[in-house]
Write a protein that binds this ligand. Sequence first.
Ligand code: BEZ
Length: 221
Amino acid sequence: MSESTGIPRIGDTAPDFTAVTTDGEITFSEWQGDSWVVLFSHPADFTPVCTTELTAFAKRSDEFTARNTKLIGLSIDSIHSHLAWRENIKEKLGVELPYPLIADLDTKVAQKYGMIHPGESATVTVRAVFVISPQRKVAALIYYPLSNGRSVDEIIRLMDSLQTSAEHGVATPVNWQPGESVVVPPPKTTADVKARAGKDYQHVDFYLAFRELDQPPSANS
Ligand code: BEZ
């Protein structure tokens, strides 16, 4: 197996590909349509941490759909392995995976997305998450090692945060949840400093202020 190539970075166009999946062959960009996408890799079928992750994504899939977000998984396993694992999860855990899994046996997709980290493993993908916008840009990426499962709560929170930023042109603070105040972008000029000082924001200092999402922004926010 060849080594990982570059990792697509935030703002890059998400690499397109055709692949065999449990829903049949897809061309990724056509499959995506106008949706956001969470493309996530797992190390291997029939392994315990991966089973907990894929089951958790399945149980929360309605919440992704409500956010106009499609889920798609990937590992370097055969389509037969994916199909058998899905059946096993249904039988043993009573959970049907409502999203497709990419069978990336030739590692073509894993290499495009830098999902093989040879220092961790040369033969399986790490736990990567790529959030891809409807404009086909990489909006966010997360990488976890083989030993640690991801947080579906955090990925849903990230979707809310990214979509709020995309829709309203605002930034969100640490641990932000929908309904909470957003951050007013920092001033770039002395005129910005004066303009925002007169606004009905929650001012902490000249560079740090919060506002409600439904509050009209100032010229620089
Ligand atoms: C797991 O999913 O449990 C797992 C997979 C690969 C390496 C270690 C753990």
